[in-house]
Design a protein around this ligand. Structure first.
Ligand code: HSE
Length: 307
């Protein structure tokens, strides 16, 4: 069997206002896996990372993603995946998406790239469906595959736009060691929203896209607001309002929940700023007795790839 090694980046979904329709890839943090494809049938997944994952192949998000790809390919193949490094599940920075994205990008590569990026996103979304909560969204898998900042303008059919990345777009991500599953995070969302709430949200989505296109980080920062999911989810994150207040006082241009949480991200316009904000946000959780990992990062233009 031929084998390649894949890196699939962590991602921040929603970017505040863009619930289920926007996401971005971050630099340097992600899954690493070895993917092998050969003649035969069946899928084997081995976990050599230090993160506990479901033992059975059926419970792994990569399984429906790889099956969807092979079914579209129309030929049986044997696929083996060895996970070497894994983003912690339930962190909010796209752990399941990185797995699905890495798996489909790896298999596609070994088959000679029969599918383009949008088809790969469709296959990887099958993995997201497995994690429940009515999830069928691409705001983690699309940036994990394509890199950069993406807008999913429509799901049916899938219409994905890669947005410009300002040169000075950095982020500070903090992951407190508490778990909020996507299923829990979706369960608390309002099913309907008042018109005034929608108007505020539309303004911010437009502002965010405009800020990226204009390279205006101040506009990006003040548009990273969310009046739909953040109010319903923030109670999952200890001291969230205080954390946000501290990060904004320390120079963050905008702060919000990463995906369904519990990770939180801040938008900033320099790497020094990102480092400083990571320290501020980590200190918040440490003071509450909660361990936290931090990821200062430039926004990565690169998605899942052979390394
Ligand atoms: N858009 C999804 C949500 C992302 O907020 O539920 C999950 O990481």
């Amino acid at each position: 069997m031929e084998m390649i090694r894949i890196f699939a980046p962590a991602t921040v979904a929603n970017l505040g206002c863009g619930f289920d329709i926007m996401g971005m890839a971050i630099d340097g943090v992600g899954d690493v896996m070895e993917v092998s494809v050969g003649e035969g049938t069946g899928l084997a997944i081995k976990n050599s990372s230090d993160v506990a994952l479901p033992d059975d192949v059926e419970g792994n998000v990569m399984t429906p993603a790889v099956r969807a790809l092979l079914s579209a390919y129309g030929q049986n193949k044997r696929v083996e995946i060895n996970i070497l490094k894994k983003i912690r599940p339930g962190s909010g920075i796209g752990s399941s998406a990185a797995s699905s994205a890495g798996a489909v990008v790896g298999v596609n590569e070994l088959l000679g790239r029969p599918f383009g990026a949008v088809r790969l996103v469709e296959f990887a979304m099958e993995g997201e469906s497995l994690i429940g909560g009515g999830a069928h969204h691409a705001d983690n898998v699309a940036p994990a595959i394509m890199g950069g900042v993406v807008l999913i303008r429509g799901y049916s059919p899938l219409d994905i736009i890669q947005l410009p990345i300002p040169d000075n777009f950095y982020t500070a991500v903090v992951h407190p060691h508490i778990t909020v599953t996507t299923c829990e995070g979706r369960g608390v969302l309002p099913r309907e929203i008042p018109l005034q709430t929608a108007i505020t949200q539309w303004g911010n989505v437009g502002g965010l896209v405009g800020g990226l296109a204009l390279g205006d980080m101040a506009l990006v920062g003040r548009s990273v607001r969310d009046v739909v999911a953040e109010p319903a989810r923030k109670h999952f994150i200890p001291g969230y309002d205080e954390l946000k207040h501290r990060a904004l006082a320390a120079g963050a241009l905008g702060v919000n929940i990463a995906g369904s949480g519990p990770a939180v991200f801040a938008v900033v316009d320099s790497m020094e700023g990102a480092n400083e904000l990571c320290e501020v946000m980590k200190a918040h959780f440490m003071a509450l007795g909660i361990e936290a990992d931090v990821y200062p990062s430039k926004i990565s233009g690169q998605g899942a790839r052979v390394v």
